[in-house]
Write a protein that binds this ligand. Structure first.
Ligand SMILES: *Cc1c(COP(=O)(O)O)cnc(C)c1O
Length: 385
């Protein structure tokens, strides 16, 4: 896949890789193979590459996986029923009881919950470190550390970690670097090119892009990891259905143009927020004063569609803003064409309360959509005034 398509531009890969016209009908779009099982030529007559049962493989999933691998410049992608299903399969493939994991200090709440509540019961230990502080990461790594789990930009504080440096830190200790690339998407950042071993996606977000499907994926160049993950997925069954894979792939086709508009609109919104007297800190890696700006500029094409900010009047005022917009819909999730607003402390990150990953109470998070930027700015101003 990599050899065949690496010379093609990102936009071309998104639209064509794994998506040849259907050989039987000429259908330009990969048809939805809504089937659980497949007729066989004879007992034991299954040929290599053919389908047998849809827990194991399905053509819509295959098409999505080939496209995702091509976008990350990788050999393999495996699609899952959700980002958390992908995370669970990945961590249960890579870790054994007694193993240790280093996790970023504002990791996605669901990832933290899985590690803190499920994997620890299973005998895995973890430490939390600020990933922008390389010395802190080095100090957290132990002989039994098997992986560093990295998100960059982080959720919801938009912290930036240097992927190339973290890959070195991990590899020096015989550990792997996993990057959750959900916020950046392969359009803005390709972690495997920077030395990461594995990329994790919640395709629910920008890759699907239309808030109409839940999914996840693991992307890697390692044949061994791919085999182990394929085995676990087939054994445990956390697969996406054919229609979910089809919807996600339809979203992927327009990823490049959507990301450009998400970034354009986010820049306009950041400018308006910074000028507003009720706004305290604006967290956006595109801002020159953002502590991770230089690293972000080095490893990202642009700075993405996610913004967080604090309200100078505290938690209740932040809650009122989240309740007070009309175009920005009050909802969890992110990365869709429509703009969303939320209060991380009470919503997406409620499960981190009291932990080292707790987020500021006066924080508001925006997922800036691809509507008219002018309308989005006006909507926020109304809610803030
Ligand atoms: C949403 C999200 C996940 C979890 O994905 P689901 O598809 O909701 O299971 C993981 N990481 C990040 C950064 C996310 O935003």
């Amino acid at each position: 896949m990599v050899d065949d398509h690496s010379s093609l531009g990102f936009e071309t890969r998104a639209i064509h890789v794994g998506q040849q016209p259907d050989p039987r009908t000429g259908s330009v779009i990969v048809p939805i193979y809504q089937t659980s099982t497949y007729a066989q030529d004879g007992v034991g007559g299954l040929r290599e590459g053919e389908y047998e049962y849809s827990r194991t493989a399905n053509p819509n999933r295959t098409a999505l996986e080939q496209a995702l691998a091509a976008l990350e410049g990788a050999r393999h992608a495996l699609a899952f029923g959700s980002g958390m299903a992908a995370t669970d399969a990945l961590l249960r493939t890579m870790l054994r009881p007694g193993d240790h994991l280093v996790l970023g200090d504002d990791a996605y709440g669901g990832t933290f919950r899985l590690i803190d509540k499920v994997l620890t019961e299973w005998g895995v230990t973890y430490d939390v470190a600020r990933l922008s502080d390389v010395d802190a990461v080095r100090a957290a790594v132990r002989p039994e550390t098997k992986a560093i789990w990295c998100e960059t930009p982080t959720n919801p504080l938009l912290g930036i970690a240097d992927i190339a440096v973290l890959a070195q830190v991990a590899h020096t200790s015989g550990a792997k670097l996993i990057v959750d690339n959900t916020f950046a998407t392969p359009y803005l950042q390709t972690p495997l090119d920077l030395g990461a071993d594995v990329v994790l996606h919640s395709t629910t977000k920008y890759l699907g892009g239309h808030s109409d499907v839940v999914g996840g994926a693991v992307v890697t160049n390692s044949d061994e990891l791919r085999e182990k993950l394929f085995f676990l997925r087939n054994t445990a069954g956390a697969v996406p259905g054919p229609f979910d894979a089809w919807l996600t792939l339809r979203g992927v086709k327009t990823l490049a143009v959507r990301m450009e508009r998400h970034c354009d609109n986010a820049e306009r919104v950041v400018e308006a927020l910074r000028a507003h007297p009720k706004v305290g800190t604006v967290y956006y890696p595109g801002l020159p004063e953002h502590p991770g700006h230089e690293v972000a500029a080095k490893q990202m094409r642009r700075f993405g569609g996610m913004i967080s900010f604090t309200h100078v009047d505290g938690e209740q005022a932040a809650l009122d803003v989240a309740d007070g917009t009309s175009l920005f819909i009050l909802a969890e999730s992110l990365g869709g064409v429509e703009s969303l607003i939320e209060h991380p402390g009470r919503m997406t990150h409620a499960s981190t309360e009291g932990s080292t990953l707790q987020v500021p109470a006066d924080l508001v998070r925006l997922s800036v959509g691809i509507e008219s930027g002018e309308d989005l700015v006006a909507d926020l101003r109304t809610a803030l005034d």
